[in-house]
Design a protein. Structure first.
Length: 149
């Protein structure tokens, strides 16, 4: 009996704690399908293959494939640390103040782009948005990345 009460409480508390958490399945996947899938979907090569023949794929508007949670996250944390952030940033964090070259794909107008950028940032986690590469990112910065499934 005690165990049952304990379990019920635990479920309740974890539901409250995660109620606001953005997730890949609920928030990012639909956005990705609408705005990124046409160039990063099943017909695109995995990043290793993409890099071997970059110009050919770019000529066909194909970027590296990132159509699963695991593939997308590999452009967030490891091995392509910060790639998503560098490409999607609106220019507020880039060294030259210019937006990343995928920022424009986030929406058809500035309001939509900002809304979707904010969604990506929230998904990553509080203060987790950094454009740093693998060689420069700190353990503390990596630990901030949530990017929940
Ligand atoms: C019209 C096609 C197109 C759309 C739409 C598009 N991309 Fe891309 N993307 C590309 C191409 C082509 C490249 C490779 C060329 C380059 O590096 O700029 C690329 C590169 C990238 C990279 C760099 C990958 C690496 O090798 O490090 C990331 C990250 C990325 N895109 C994310 C996104 C996200 C997220 C979206 C949706 C918001 C998106 N892209 C929408 C075509 C597209």
């Amino acid at each position: 009996m005690k165990t049952a009460v304990y379990c019920a409480l635990l479920t309740l508390f974890s539901t409250i704690a995660y109620a606001e958490q953005k997730t890949y399945r609920k928030d990012i996947r639909p956005l990705w399908e609408a705005r990124c899938a046409m160039c990063h979907g099943v017909n695109s090569p995995y990043v290793g293959e993409f890099k071997e023949d970059k110009q050919k794929f770019i000529a066909h508007s194909q970027g590296p494939r990132m159509d699963t949670y695991a593939d997308l996250v590999s452009f967030v944390s490891w091995p392509d640390t910060g790639a998503i952030m560098r490409r999607l940033d609106d220019g507020k964090n880039t060294p030259d103040g210019k937006p990343g070259n995928m920022y424009g794909h986030l929406g058809t107008n500035e309001a939509e782009r900002q809304k979707n950028l904010a969604l990506f940032k929230e998904w990553l986690g509080k203060d987790a948005w950094t454009l740093k590469r693998r060689a420069d990112i700190t353990k503390e910065e990596l630990d901030r990345i949530v990017a929940a499934y």
